[in-house]
Design a protein around this ligand. Structure first.
Ligand code: ATP
Ligand code: MG
Length: 468
């Protein structure tokens, strides 16, 4: 860290004054190889290979984003992103192992055995993210579809935060810093590029990203970046629930869940993701729910630091638990007060449908995960019975360990549940011979652990250190 600081201090000396945007002149501060901390050996060899192939074919190509940012900050990068002036079609011609994804703004995934390197063409001024809103970008009344792709400088302007807009060239090992990203890394600032209000309107997910980077990197969101979030948080309504599902995972299963929850609540963003739970946190039982969520988040972070797997199912089951249990209690109370009241099982079933159904309108949870959440919650009721006759069967159930962990977190808030936890834990420990040997769990990429990101689709299990 000391070396890093001294290098970053050195960078100060090599700063050239930036020119206003749109001048066409290079505004980047260039830090040559010998004056920057990035070494080729720190970078995924696959990413270096992709850069090399692009450069050899005569294209410009750089590493940018989290990979470079995390290396400079002395962290283990989650993945490496490449950006180039080659179009997706041109990139595709250079690699056999690749596929083009995306609709309007296409990117190329170069697929290696252990990771995927994402290659994006420089984004131009028309390369905004509004494809998901089904709109075509307009500026001054003119359609800007035609300049989807742009120059390196334009690409740097389209990035979200200054710390994410530093480029590394494999050709000469130099860094290009267009927006004082290195200074902001040094000073621990999350600063949005351009006008915050406009940038959030273009893509409201940037508000979640600001909070995520603050949580992940322990940095402070600058005032101008922070200030509009409170008034604009509602814009997240426009975002596809499937994208928000993924964003929630990035916030909660990468080792900084406690700080993510804190930042989300502080910025009134949690209510956009989990409105029912947010309302309960502000209600009369809020303190208890908050303690429970903090407990789960803290232990999830600890598991990740310890290289243990955590699942999207467990995280979502925990985050939604207050909504489910409050609804269950409400239905039970109503049932007790009426002659033909629902049975507890019916109340549980209805409460699950309500909690999960409501939540999926905001973050689309894949069916396979909601099924597992139901199993987990159902087991919570089963555990309360402490039925010795059924116990031998219950401990062999796939969801049993998760349900027991879940009970432990609940038990920390309610002494009585600690008894339940201890009863089952003792029973389990003394009947280990009954537990079937299971195949080791597969990693988030279906078995291959490594740098590959949980990009899309159902990635339920996150194991190992996740770049934190
Ligand atoms: P990490 O991978 O550690 O979560 P990251 O910064 O690499 O962080 P990615 O989602 O992998 O995040 O995106 C890679 C880069 O693409 C970012 O660093 C940023 O430069 C750019 N980017 C991603 N999403 C946006 C967005 N919504 N608006 C503008 N730029 C974005
Ligand atoms: Mg990344």
């Amino acid at each position: 860290m000391a070396i890093l600081k001294s290098i970053l201090n050195l960078l100060k000396l090599h700063r050239r004054s930036g020119k206003a945007s749109g001048t066409g002149e290079t505004r980047a501060v260039i830090i040559p190889r010998e004056k920057n901390p990035i070494r080729k050996s720190d970078i995924s060899q696959n990413a270096v290979r992709v850069l090399r192939v692009l450069n050899d074919a005569g294209y410009e190509a750089y590493l940018v984003g989290g990979g470079i940012r995390d290396l400079i900050l002395g962290r283990h990068p989650k993945d490496f992103d490449v950006t180039t002036n080659a179009t997706p079609e041109q990139v595709k011609r250079l690699f056999r192992n690749c596929r083009i994804i995306g609709r309007r703004f296409k990117i190329v995934h170069v697929v290696f055995a252990e990771e995927i390197i994402e290659v994006a063409t420089f984004r131009g001024r028309g390369g905004d993210e509004d494809e998901e809103k089904g709109k075509r970008a307009e500026r001054n009344g003119m359609l800007v579809r035609d300049n989807l792709y742009g120059t390196l400088e334009e690409d740097a302007d389209r990035r979200d935060f200054t710390i994410n807009s530093v480029y590394w060239s494999a050709k000469d090992g130099s860094l290009r810093d267009f927006h004082n990203g290195l200074r902001d890394m040094r000073e621990g600032r999350i600063d949005i590029i351009g006008d915050p209000d406009r940038r959030y309107h273009e893509d409201p997910v940037r508000m979640l990203r600001a909070v995520r980077f603050a949580a992940k990197l322990g940095m402070t969101i600058t005032e101008r970046t922070d200030e509009p979030i409170y008034a604009l948080s509602h814009l997240l309504d426009e975002i596809a629930p499937a994208r928000l599902f993924e964003e929630v995972l990035k916030l909660f299963v990468y080792g900084h869940a406690v700080r993510s929850l804190e930042e989300l609540r502080k910025h009134h963003l949690f209510k956009e993701l989990f409105p029912a739970v947010d309302a309960l946190l502000d209600g009369p039982d809020g303190g208890n729910y908050e303690k429970f969520l903090n407990e789960v988040c803290a232990s999830t972070d600890k598991r990740i630091q310890g290289g243990k797997p955590v699942t999207a199912t467990f995280m979502y089951a925990s985050l939604m638990w207050p909504a489910f249990i409050a609804e269950f209690n409400r239905l039970r109370k109503a049932a007790r007060g009426s002659q033909k009241g629902k049975s507890p099982a019916e109340c549980a079933e209805d409460a699950m449908n309500t909690a999960i159904g409501e939540q999926c309108r905001h973050t689309a949870i894949p069916r396979v995960i909601t099924t597992e959440i139901r199993e987990l919650w159902t087991l919570e009721f089963e555990l309360l019975r402490m039925d010795r006759e059924k116990a031998a069967k219950i401990i062999t159930m796939r969801r049993f360990r998760s349900a027991l962990d879940f009970m432990l977190y609940r038990g920390r808030l309610d002494e009585r549940l600690m008894k339940v936890y201890n009863w089952w834990n003792d029973f389990y420990e003394s009947h280990l011979d009954l537990i079937p040997q299971r195949q080791p769990r597969r990693g988030p990429d279906g078995g291959r652990r490594g740098g590959r990101r949980p990009r899309s689709g159902v990635k339920r299990i996150f194991g190992g250190k996740q770049g934190n």
